[in-house]
Design a protein around this ligand. Structure first.
Ligand SMILES: Cc1cc2nc3c(=O)[nH]c(=O)nc-3n(C[C@H](O)[C@H](O)[C@H](O)COP(=O)(O)O)c2cc1C
Length: 327
């Protein structure tokens, strides 16, 4: 088993879970770690929101032991707020602080944050430097290929981030304009890797062991990061980590898949700060994802989207198993 070091943080060179707001919450991260994700990142937190003690601070910034190694991801465009945000986040003892410079959503780029910083490299450097200076743990930056096809600057941006003192970078091979459509450009990640000496985490369109190995091969990256490929599929991390550990991997049976789904829902209910009636709503999309691609999943999806209790989920799981067995 190989490892990479981000500053003083040792991480298995297998696959990491990408940050995903409204998806990769504590329950999701715990599931993925349990199945072998090497490293996880929190949902993004606004630096300014932290400074004004947003009510979601605790939920978003808490790092539990089972999640480590874990980064808390912050976004912001004002160095002074980043500095104060680091002081607050540090109270939660993250292993790493990650800065989001890749978010494409209008609400975030509209206030000069996320991927918008790729259009102002100088400001991005100030933001990164201020964060590095304030932090006692390694700081990383996650960004994209560029803003649009006419403004592809990932290589220049990577060098600027390295010069700002960040310990590693994560690159998603799409432009802001692409959002999550089209194909991720792995060649640009390869270019980035050649241009810096800090670790490069490669991200975009990895969904299984084969694409993970291909990403390592094509880009020479130090670590692969998986987002949507883990929807209803923490098994992807088991498949990948088993390979690197030289262990055999057997895909889950439909019963195991449903057991995992139910465990995930129990974790959501246990870890959510919301009341059970609201927390179960969070579980709906996950339940549907665990059934995706299977016979009859379209019908089940609609029912998952109406889940209102855990016992209902147990019933659905049983029916789903029966359907797969009798088809
Ligand atoms: C629902 C959703 C939420 C996301 N939230 C974040 C976020 O909070 N911070 C971030 O840096 N990237 C976020 N991303 C981007 C992912 O981390 C990742 O870069 C992207 O999904 C591409 O990887 P994939 O092809 O493996 O999914 C999000 C993506 C999705 C689909």
């Amino acid at each position: 088993m190989e490892y990479i070091n981000i500053g003083n943080v040792k991480i298995e060179k297998t696959a990491a879970l990408a940050p995903m707001a409204s998806v990769a919450d504590r329950a999701y991260r715990l599931m993925c770690r349990e199945y072998g994700a090497a490293y996880v990142v929190s949902e993004m937190v606004s630096a300014k929101g932290l400074c004004y003690s947003d009510r979601k601070t605790n939920e978003l910034c808490t790092v539990t032991e089972a999640e480590r190694p874990m980064a808390v991801q912050i976004f912001g465009s004002e160095p002074e707020f980043m500095k104060r945000a680091v002081e607050i986040v540090s109270g939660y003892n993250p292993d790493i602080i990650d800065i989001n410079m890749g978010c494409p959503v209008p609400k975030v780029v509209g206030i000069g944050c996320g991927c918008s910083l790729m259009k102002d490299v100088k400001l991005a450097q100030e933001v990164a430097s201020a964060t590095v200076k304030a932090s006692s743990v390694p700081v990383t930056v996650k960004f994209r290929k560029g803003w649009d096809d006419d403004n592809v600057n990932a290589v220049e941006f990577a060098k600027a981030m390295e010069a700002s003192g960040v310990a590693a970078i994560a690159v998603h091979g799409r432009t802001r304009e692409q959002f999550y459509t089209g194909k991720a450009d792995w060649d640009i990640i390869s270019e980035v890797k050649k241009s810096v000496s800090i670790p490069v985490i490669a991200n975009g369109d990895v969904t299984d062991l084969q694409s993970c190995l291909e990403m390592y091969r094509q880009t020479g990256c130090d670590l692969v990061m998986i987002g949507r490929g883990s929807y209803g599929n923490p098994f992807v991390f088991k498949e990948i980590s088993s390979y690197f550990k030289g262990e055999s991997y057997i895909p889950p049976t439909v019963e195991q898949r449903m057991e995992t789904m139910l465990r995930h829902i129990r974790l959501i209910l246990e870890t959510s700060e919301k009341a059970a009636e609201l927390a179960i709503k969070e579980a709906r999309k996950h339940a549907a994802w665990y059934m995706n691609g299977f016979y009859g999943s379209a019908k089940f999806r609609a029912r998952c989207y109406n889940l209102s209790s855990y016992s209902e989920a147990e019933g659905l799981a049983e029916e789903f198993i029966t359907l797969q067995k009798n088809r």
